[in-house]
Every structure is written in C-alpha cells, then in structure tokens.
Ligand binder design. Sequence first.
Ligand SMILES: [Zn+2]
Length: 208
Amino acid sequence: MEISHMYMQRPFFAVQFPDSYNYGFLGNTIGHEFFHQFSPKRVNEFWQKNERYIESTDCYTEFYDDICFDLSLYDSVTNGTKVREVCTKGSTDLGENMPDVEGARVAFETMRAELGEVALKERAMPEFHYTNEQMFFVAMAQLHCDKDLNNHQYLADDMLDEDPHASGNVRVNGIAMQMAEFADAFHCQPGDPMVTAEEEKCYLLPTD
Ligand SMILES: [Zn+2]
C-alpha cells in the first residue's frame, strides 16, 4: 500500500480543518488505497475462488451498472442532439468502486470511534450548519469534484471509457448510496433516490 506524502497537505488534510473534513478527504483516500489490496487484479487464487468474495464483487459490479444518467449527446448519424441514457460500466470500474465504498465505511467508522457518537451530530464549525457526519460526506464529494461534469459529452466519455475510475459524480453517489450513514446524516427516507435498500447493499467484509 502506498500513500504519497503529497496527501498530507491541503486540500486532503490540514490541522485547521475540522477533523470530520480530514476524515472525509484524507481518511477516504487512505481507506480507498488500503482496499485496493482486495481489488480483483491483486488478490490471489484463494480470494478469486472464495464464494463470498465473488458474491461481493458481483454485487458491486451490478450496483454500479445500474447507475445511469440521461445525457444530451450529439448524434453524428442524425446530426442532432439526442437524449441518451448512459450507464456506468461496473465491471471496468470494479477495482476502484469497491475500494471507494469499503474505504469510506472504514474511514467513517474511524471518525466515529475518534469523535464519539454525540459529536457526529454537532456542527463541524460554528460558521457552517453542517454537522460532522455531514461534513465527512461534503469532503468526500469535494475529493471527487470535477469541473467538467456539467459537460454531457465529457461525462459520457468518462463513463464509457476503459479507464478503471468511474466519473466523479458516480463515485460520490455510489459511496453515499451504499452507506446508511449518509441517509442518516442527511435525513433521507426509504425510497429516496440516494437510499439503497439494505438487501441491495454490497459488503466485502462481514458486518456481524
Ligand atoms: Zn484507486
């Protein structure tokens, strides 16, 4: 596992930032890098044949396959702009998506252990109305922020290319949708777009 010293500075980390922001930015980054050790291309034969591992990675592939957007794209055949549904390629991006979610869960749990349950619901900074648990997700979203995501063609290319990383908005939404802590922090209700039913969530590690 490699963590570049470049991460130990803004915007990933600063002592002046709220702890929850540092956990959301640097904590997510370290968690992601750690879980790369469990990416399909890195695991040995034992894991590759392990039933639970296969079930988990299949779950992640299918979950991300279903993250789709209606995009306005220029169609060179008809010479016009058409709305087309573009979906993430879950199998191409599996080796990044799984570490995204598993790393975020561990980063959040580490923050919970460090700050305590009560502080999670308290303001991260007096100047902002975000609580610490909300600030964690705000920082996580900033980690994957990309100014080009309003450009539909760019977004479509990013979603369909062979790059193992999903587009930034997919990474942010995927993590949030897989974590009950997000729904709890932002008071989402069952059935809301960002809430995934428990039986559709994916776990690499046993939860009990
Ligand atoms: Zn990665």
